[in-house]
Design a protein. Sequence first.
Length: 381
Amino acid sequence: MAETPTRHVTVRRLALVTMAVTCAFVYSGARGLAQQAAPTFRLLTFEAGTSGPRMGTTRGDGTEDIMDVHNAVLYLLRAGAPEARTLPPIPIDMRSLVEAGTPSINAVKSLAQTMTALRTSGKFKEPGGMHRVFHPASGVQFLAPILNPSKIFGLAGNYIRKTADGKPGAYDFAEYPSAFLKPPTTLTGHNTEINLEGLLTTGVHEPELAVVIGRTAANVPESAALDYVMGYTILNDVSSRDLKQGEHNSQGSTISKGLDTFAPTGPYITLKEDVPNPHNLPIAGVVNGKPWPIPNANTSFLTFNVPQIIAYLSERVTLEPGDIIATGVPGPVMVFEVGDVVELTIGHLGTLRNTVVSKPVPGHKLFPPRSVTAVPTRSSQ
């Protein structure tokens, strides 16, 4: 199967210190600039050359430069800024950052504000090389924002889908949400390939609002559920339509939605505070430059909203920081073909772009179907 990014550290809690936005170190001229209004803050994971996964920040629509968080910390430490040694730690990867909670997330946000202001002031000198702080967005490889969630949930039939004659869809009045799991190995990032690997030819893209859990959640009431959200991103719940697989209904969507690269996610995480209403976000899909019509393409059509989903799932399964919940697709209508470039946009969360390919593993022979002309017998000892 296709390779997925792996963590390049052995200690998840390895921390590097940072500083606050009120930093009054020797670059005092940067302070006023840091307080100016800026586009929406984003968190992401990226790779520059052979750097391995790096935690980054950017702002706006994805055209601004990406800041390497830990290289920014290193830069300030080398500059002798005392505040950089005393404030909340910044863990080494995104899942650990989510686990560390609001103080560390705010430290990253403040660090980004300060470094951007310092750069704007003309007092910043880019060290370059392996210590480079700012990268052009076009010069990095986007990885899934969280590489190693403990769980990825999907929701099936979770949008109102009236029939052509106006009758309710099959699940419009379901008593409970219908959830399934996707393996973490399905994750891939923005501007990467969705690889069918010669296993199928037909399927659909499913643009979905994805929730990132910020705190351990068990038996959470609906009224408090949003307190457990760290942020939001976009997930393409890629689904096969002609993959050869078993027929037992217990298999569910595990295989048809579970191939490597079948959960493109990103390009980044937008913090909950910057998404005041997750239930009124327009959804758009573009294939090869042409808009693809999607019925009821707004999160206002969710049959179970975000608090209800979290309450339901956390009553049955403990949700952990960094877990991802894809909330469902308005309609599985975006059929794909090899060679397609798909772009999915949800509200102001960004645009997730991927290309469909089919690259079989060299030398690999596909698992053959078993002959079923005879009744199987128990193997002899």
